[in-house]
Design a protein around this ligand. Structure first.
Ligand SMILES: [Fe+2]
Length: 260
C-alpha cells in the first residue's frame, strides 16, 4: 500500500509499506537510503542472538527541493527522512542505534507517519556511564521533538504502523555512535507489549536516574513550530527560526515539552 505523506512532510514523499520504502515526486534531491542492518545493531540490543529482521530502518539523507539547495547551504542545515519498520527486536520494540552529537548541537524531529518514543539521555562529560537525565517523549504524526543540547537520542517504533520521521539538523557535524556501542544500548531498553511498554534499565550504567515522561509542546513560537504544520517549509518562510540548530546554547529549552 502506498500512502501520500506530503501533508505531514511538506515535500512530495510517499510511503510504500510493502517494500518498505519512501518514494519521491519530481524535483527533489532524493537518493537511495542507507540501510541499518541487524548485524550493525547487534551490540546495542537486549537480545543479541536474534536472527530477524535483517533490515531495521532506512535513512534518506539530504532530502530537499532542488530549488531550495542554496537556502540549505546558506543556513548550514540538512533535512533527512527515516523510515523505521514496526517489527520487534526480540523482546525490544524496534529502535534506532542511538548517537550523541559533538559539541552542543541539538536536532529537530517531526513525526511524519506513525508514532514514536524518543528516548533522550544526557551523560556526564567526564563519564559516559553516569547519566544525569533521561527524557522519553511520546509523539504522533504532525508533532515535533526538539533535542536539546547535550542529549543523545534513539527513536523507538512501538508499532503497529511504519514510523517515518523527518529532521532538521546542522550540516556542520557528524553523529557519534561510539558511546551507545560502549554501553551496549541506550539508558533503558523498551520492551513490549506495544500498548503498555516497559522500560528496563541498562545495567551497563553506573548512575541512572528515573525517566521523565513528556509530550511535545504543540506550539513553540521561537522555533517556528506549530503542530501539525510541516516544518520543511521553514527553510523558505522563516529560516532564522532554525538558528538554534547551529547556535544551540543561545536559547531557552524549558518550554519544548509539556506534561503527558
Ligand atoms: Fe541526532
Amino acid at each position: 500500500m502506498t500512502t501520500d505523506l506530503s501533508n505531514f512532510c511538506g515535500l512530495q514523499i510517499q510511503l510504500d509499506t510493502e517494500k518498505p520504502a519512501l518514494t519521491s515526486g519530481e524535483g527533489l534531491n532524493f537518493s537511495k537510503p542507507g540501510v541499518r542492518t541487524l548485524q550493525e545493531m547487534r551490540e546495542v540490543l537486549l537480545d543479541k542472538a536474534i536472527n530477524a529482521p535483517q533490515e531495521l530502518y532506512y535513512m534518506y539523507r539530504d532530502v530537499y527541493e532542488i530549488s531550495d539547495k542554496p537556502l540549505l547551504e546558506k543556513h548550514s542545515l540538512r533535512f533527512d527522512l527515516t523510515l523505521i519498520k514496526p517489527d520487534a527486536l526480540g523482546r525490544e520494540l524496534m529502535k534506532t542505534a542511538g548517537h550523541y552529537h559533538p559539541g552542543s548541537f541539538g536536532e529537530l524531529y517531526e513525526v511524519v507517519a506513525g508514532r514514536c518514543y524518543c528516548l533522550m539521555q544526557k551523560c556526564l562529560a567526564s563519564d559516559y556511564q553516569a547519566i544525569e537525565e533521561v527524557i522519553v517523549v511520546e509523539a504522533a504524526a504532525g508533532e515535533k521533538i526538539v533535542i536539546p543540547p547535550g542529549f543523545g537520542h534513539i527513536l523507538i517504533n512501538p508499532g503497529p504502523k511504519h514510523l517515518v520521521t523527518s529532521n532538521w539538523v546542522s550540516s556542520r557535524f557528524s553523529s557519534e555512535y561510539e558511546l551507545y556501542k560502549k554501553a551496549q544500548g541506550a539508558a533503558y531498553f523498551v520492551i513490549g507489549p506495544a500498548d503498555k511498554p516497559q522500560f528496563i534499565p541498562n545495567p551497563n550504567f553506573k548512575k541512572l536516574p528515573g525517566i521523565k515522561f513528556v509530550r511535545p509542546a504543540r506550539v513553540i513560537e521561537k522555533f517556528g513550530l506549530s503542530s501539525p504544520a510541516p516544518m520543511y517549509p521553514l527553510i523558505r518562510q522563516d529560516a532564522g527560526k532554525l538558528d538554534f540548530l547551529n547556535r544551540p546554547l543561545g536559547f531557552d529549552y524549558s518550554d519544548i515539552f509539556v506534561k503527558p
